[in-house]
Design a protein around this ligand. Structure first.
Ligand SMILES: Cc1cc2nc3c(=O)[nH]c(=O)nc-3n(C[C@H](O)[C@H](O)[C@H](O)COP(=O)(O)OP(=O)(O)OC[C@H]3O[C@@H](n4cnc5c(N)ncnc54)[C@H](O)[C@@H]3O)c2cc1C
Length: 446
């Protein structure tokens, strides 16, 4: 059966289902075949021509099962899409087929007050989760800087960390994900409940090995986060202060450092000091005086901007992680970026890179917890001068000991540590034996 026969049969299978919308308009298919991959000129070149043959929007889990069954019976690829804010083309249908929009499944179904664990449908927005959790005196441990528009399902399946990573590490660290309900691509599809251990194979697997229909995850206690900026004349001084902050006994949710050329271009309330490197932090109320003392001791300029106001979209958290890249690209779209964990000590590595790459490389650092230790991740802005120059730069970073998380590649493995995760592949064998889910994104399957 060729592709169009398969699709016709699938359309016939799915016709007249009241809890499923079929979207066949070309402009909608184009829109739902893209995410934010154009931050990478490499991916833009590769993915611009990818197009879904059909988009579907299920309103119930039973409709999800209908779609899974129809794709399986007719051999049609199925790519899941939540809010479509991924940066690496995670929800771009490489082989066409069906794109399934998961955003209408957005209920919070359970809150356990004795553990703080929450269970929600995958399309639930992180913004809505934050609001609901606050009523219980809780908040999310981790969220991407796209927290207003991104979903919990898309975050666990396609994201890695972000705001909160300075304290809580990354999504794949044990303790965040407690269980999943999934729909398989068996014939007929099954609905399964996975415990904490078996769920891990679907954590950050780009929706290649199961359709998540419910997620149970850990939260933390609610804090009135205070916005703080600290301006430093010297880069070494700023990096040393960043490390001093993250090693103090102050509770922090975010600690970002922007090189002055970046800070000067991203205008913000209360930022009237020009020409200095800027640290941005979210700090618990009892840590403000300590941060001020540490900043004063280092000869830096401390400002307390006040409590975060999440109703406005220009808070400090929306200037960090990949929002830094977003704002810089808004000023000049010839910027792209890299992601890496810097080796210690960080300063000589950054100096060596700066020495060779000059202003084609601007440093943006994020404090993170990596396997229990405080470390510094870099998401530098990189001037796009073609693929071979980008590769040279990545080679230089690797030679200097940085661990790269390449944002210019499409597979789960290549964007991570480069190695195949046998558990992810095994889960695909069990839950998607025909390899129809998001084909091309799990290198280990090939
Ligand atoms: C400006 C900007 C800043 C960002 N900052 C961060 C950041 O700080 N940290 C970070 O980790 N990411 C970041 N991202 C990437 C992205 O926003 C996040 O990872 C986000 O959580 C993705 O959620 P989403 O709902 O948009 O998912 P989508 O992009 O729609 O999907 C992501 C992946 O999940 C899969 N998927 C979706 N639903 C399901 C499901 N129900 N079952 C199985 N698989 C599913 C999709 O197939 C896809 O592979 C950023 C992106 C941008 C553009």
């Amino acid at each position: 059966m060729n592709r169009s026969d398969g699709l016709n049969a699938l359309l016939a299978d799915l016709a007249n289902k009241s809890d499923l919308e079929l979207i066949d308009r070309t402009d909608e298919k184009v829109r739902f075949s893209k995410d934010f991959y154009d931050y990478s000129p490499v991916l833009a070149n590769q993915l611009n021509c990818c197009l879904a043959d059909l988009v579907v929007r299920p309103r119930t889990i039973s409709a999800v099962m209908d779609v899974a069954g129809a794709c399986r019976r007719n051999g049609v690829p199925l790519t899941l899409r939540a809010s479509g804010t991924g940066n690496y083309g995670q929800c771009v249908p490489l082989n066409g087929g069906v794109v399934m929009l998961m955003g209408d499944l957005r209920k919070i179904t359970k809150y356990d007050s004795s553990t703080g664990l929450v269970t929600a449908e995958p399309g639930c927005l992180l913004r809505d989760l934050e609001k609901a959790l606050a009523l219980h005196g809780r908040e999310l441990r981790l969220m991407p800087s796209t927290w207003r528009s991104a979903s919990i399902g898309g975050f666990f399946a396609g994201g890695s960390g972000g705001i909160g990573s300075v304290r809580w590490g990354f999504l794949r660290d044990p303790g965040h994900l407690h269980g999943l309900e999934i729909v398989t691509l068996d014939d007929p599809p099954k609905k399964l409940n996975l415990d904490e251990i078996s769920s891990e194979a679907l954590n950050h697997a780009y929706g290649t090995n199961g359709i998540i229909t419910s997620i149970t995850f850990a939260t933390t206690y609610l804090t009135s986060w205070q916005e703080i900026t600290v301006d430093c004349k010297e880069w070494d001084q700023a990096v040393a202060l960043m490390k001093c902050f993250t090693r103090s006994s102050v509770d922090i949710r975010l600690c970002t450092l922007l090189e002055r050329e970046i800070a000067d271009k991203i205008l913000h309330k209360g930022w009237d000091l020009k020409g200095q490197h800027r640290l941005l932090a979210l700090v618990a109320p009892d840590g403000i005086s300590t941060f001020k003392r540490l900043a004063d001791d280092a000869g830096a300029t401390f400002s307390h901007l006040g409590q975060e106001d999440e109703r406005i979209g220009t808070g400090l958290r929306e200037l960090t992680w990949n929002h830094t890249t977003l704002h810089m690209r808004a000023v000049d779209s010839s910027w792209t970026y890299l992601q890496m964990l810097l080796p210690e000590p960080e300063i000589p590595v950054m100096e060596a890179l700066k020495c060779k790459w000059g202003d084609n490389l601007l440093f943006h650092l994020e404090a993170v917890r990596q396997q229990g230790a405080q470390r510094i991740a870099a998401l530098p802005l990189v001037r796009w001068n073609g693929l071979s120059e980008l590769q040279d730069l990545m080679n230089d970073c690797k030679k200097l000991g940085a661990i790269m998380f390449n944002p210019h590649v499409i597979t789960v493995e290549d964007g991570g540590l480069g190695v195949v995760d046998g558990d992810q592949v095994e889960a695909k064998k069990r839950f998607d034996s025909k390899g129809l889910l998001n084909p091309g994104k799990l290198r280990g399957w090939k």
